[in-house]
Design a protein around this ligand. Structure first.
Ligand SMILES: [Fe+2]
Length: 428
């Protein structure tokens, strides 16, 4: 057949393909499938809560958690090990912060759900001072009449646990507390996942030789409620729960694999029914088959979505205690797991902080400490007594007061008086 005879056919095929591509492009651009499903949702009333008797698809869970983390997705990471992106904090230059926050958020929300920050602390003296304060707190708590000190998912006898190590650390050794929480990396990871206002709570956990593994679970909020209680929360609150907290741990000792660092199942945070399903035997069995764990060095930190299926490992050593400071960073829009009263902590650490600020200026470390210890969110308040500031929509927060106090060189009495007055005015 002469070439000229094929041209009309080819032209027609190309034109048809181009038309089809345009139509598909338009459907995609206008988000028509999404509009149709929105229309369907708006006209059909469905069950708002999960049912405790409901079956959850293990096959879907397997598909979700069989994804692979591509190193190219996270160019700022130095490595990906066992699906977990690894960052080296000692290599951060400060110019990559926004891109780094984008990567972190992606990991926690869409990606594997967990990342490691190597060298989160590089000054071992800071960790040693914190460890000394913790040892002294454990000794004084052990001297008191015994109360149960276990965690939510492991027996008490295997652990030394300091609940609210955040406040106790400050009261025991304020200089060490200021050095520890002026680490700007706390602020970086917290802001990346939760935005500009958040609250830290921490617990020290020391797992002794022979300490058993935890059962696989999810964390705060819905992870710490019974299946019956969880089933009473509407389904979208299950998604909200994972966005209200960032979970993490700073290694206060080395954590070789035989000491039982946290077992993790990458990508499992994305399973919508996970707060119900993690309690089922078949999901736990799959977790035990597929979990990964990474050794950590003293000063490293791991952060993960509280919806990630995880469990502390078994300490199989004969004589090695694994020690970590567990961290929850809570959104200002949620409720924290423990009560932290910032006023006595500001009072205890003010002289050290203001001296640091005088010497170094209002730098990243000073700001990070203010963000860690004071409320960044001015609500709830009393809007009769504390109306929105002129030109603004909210009254001043504790952090605003502290920043002003540092700039203007207030002493401890002045700053605590102002905070006390603010609290009184915020009351009902
Ligand atoms: Fe946990």
């Amino acid at each position: 057949m002469p070439p000229s005879a094929t041209r009309p056919g080819v032209t027609t095929a190309v034109a048809a393909f181009a038309t089809l591509a345009t139509v598909v492009g338009a459907i995609h651009y206008l988000e028509i499938p999404s509009l149709l499903s929105q229309r369907k949702r708006s006209r059909k009333v469905e069950k708002r809560c999960y049912d405790t008797e409901e079956e959850y698809s293990l096959a879907a869970f397997k598909t979700l958690t069989s994804q692979i983390t591509l190193p190219t997705t996270y160019p700022l990471a130095i490595d990906v090990q066992k699906n977990i992106p690894i960052y080296d904090c000692s290599g951060f230059k400060g110019t990559e912060t926004e891109a780094l926050k984008d990567e972190i958020f992606h990991i926690l929300y869409h990606g594997p759900g967990v990342f490691v920050f190597k060298h989160f602390f590089t000054n071992m003296a800071t960790l040693d001072a914190a460890n000394a304060a913790f040892a002294s707190i454990i000794a004084s708590e052990q001297a008191q009449p015994a109360g149960a000190k276990g965690d939510h998912f492991a027996p008490a006898s295997a652990n030394s646990r300091i609940w609210n190590s955040f406040s106790k650390h400050c009261i025991r050794d304020p200089a060490s507390f200021v050095a520890y929480y002026s680490n700007p990396l706390f602020r970086l990871v917290s802001e990346a996942y939760l935005g500009p206002a958040y609250k830290l709570t921490t617990q020290l956990n020391v797992v002794k030789p022979g300490g058993a593994a935890q059962v696989s679970h999810r964390d705060y909020h819905l992870g710490f409620q019974t299946a019956e209680a969880v089933a009473r929360w509407p389904k979208p609150m299950h998604d909200a729960s994972r966005l209200l907290t960032l979970q993490g741990a700073v290694a206060h000792s080395d954590m070789p694999l035989e000491s039982g660092p946290t077992r993790l199942l990458p990508f499992s945070q994305g399973f919508g029914e996970g707060f119900m399903a993690y309690r089922r035997g078949e999901f736990d069995a799959y977790f035990l088959e597929k979990y990964v764990a990474l050794p950590l060095e003293k000063g490293d930190a791991v952060f993960f979505s509280p919806a990630l299926f995880h469990a502390a490992g078994e300490n199989r050593t004969a004589d090695f205690e694994r020690s970590a400071n567990l961290i929850q960073v809570s959104s200002a829009f949620g409720k924290t797991m423990e009560t932290v009263d910032s006023l006595p902590l500001v009072e205890k650490s003010w002289d050290i902080l203001s001296e640091k600020c005088r010497k170094e200026g209002l730098n990243d470390e000073v700001e990070a400490f203010v963000c860690a210890v004071a409320e960044g969110y001015p609500f709830p308040t009393n809007l009769d007594r504390r109306p929105p500031a002129p030109g603004g929509m909210a009254p001043e927060s504790e952090q605003d007061v502290l920043m002003r106090a540092l700039s203007d060189g207030w002493n401890k009495e002045e700053v605590t008086e102002k905070l006390t007055e603010m609290r009184k005015a915020s009351g009902a």
